[in-house]
Design a protein around this ligand. Sequence first.
Ligand code: FE
Length: 313
Amino acid sequence: MSQDATPTVVTPRGSAPGRGRSVSQIVDSIRTREGEGFLVHRPFPGPTLDHFDPFLLLDEMGPVDLGPGEAKGAPDHPHRGFETVTYLLAGRMEHRDSAGHAGALGPGAVQWMTAGAGVVHSEMPEAEFRRTGGRMHGFQLWVNLPRRDKMMPPRYQEIPSGRIPVATSPDCLVWVKVLAGEAFGVRAVIETRTPILYLHFTLRPGARAVQPVPRDWNAFAYVVGGRGTFGLDGREAREHQMVIFADDGDAVSLAAPRDATGSLDLLLIGGVPLREPVARYGPFVMNTQAEIRQAIEDYRQGRMGRIPAERRA
Ligand code: FE
């Protein structure tokens, strides 16, 4: 297939994308509450889509403007069998876990936590942010682990905003933060267990981008702000909508309408499907029900550890 001739096509170095993918489905988020009761927009899991292999959940936290004392978080809770990926756009969060990791996340930072065999962690607003209030906006993505990695030791990667690589198109109409994978010849600094693409695109009005995504990967876009057209068929989507691409090509196209009043802001997320059984119970995601029962038992017996008292906020 010939490439779109518009000047803003974004093509990674040395790999011209081939056939563009069409859109198979557009999923609306549901509004719900998580943790101590903070607002999330959630495209999955939900009534339309249970999971999108290898992804188990996507929560958009907010966006919400909080008054003093209103910020909420998720106090001590366990995870086993997958990874939680937190990406903040606004607000400040603190992390503590039973593997001894502690971190503070500000706007633009990414935390990639591999729960593996199990951690207990807390994800709370930073004390000063809770006191003052302010805008809270971010994402949490759950990435499933393959059977061989579900019981690996926990791992923690925290990357501040300034260390997330950024790529821009020659005309500066397309801007990409490369959280995982590669875009535009720029590689991410975060390591993933299986090949994952996690890109934050910003397209100025009239811009168009073509991003290669291997044919055997699952891929979707999530619109953070504005509206855009997606895929070969130019399907329209707007904020809080998830655009699922069909597996009929090896590139996806993203475009911001020329008459838009603001930029199109979106996440493009993809990965190699694991094609393994998913047994899921709350914060545990394993392959069999027996493994879920074991996870519950291990947590009850304190085998996932606890957050060191001296490190608590
Ligand atoms: Fe958590």
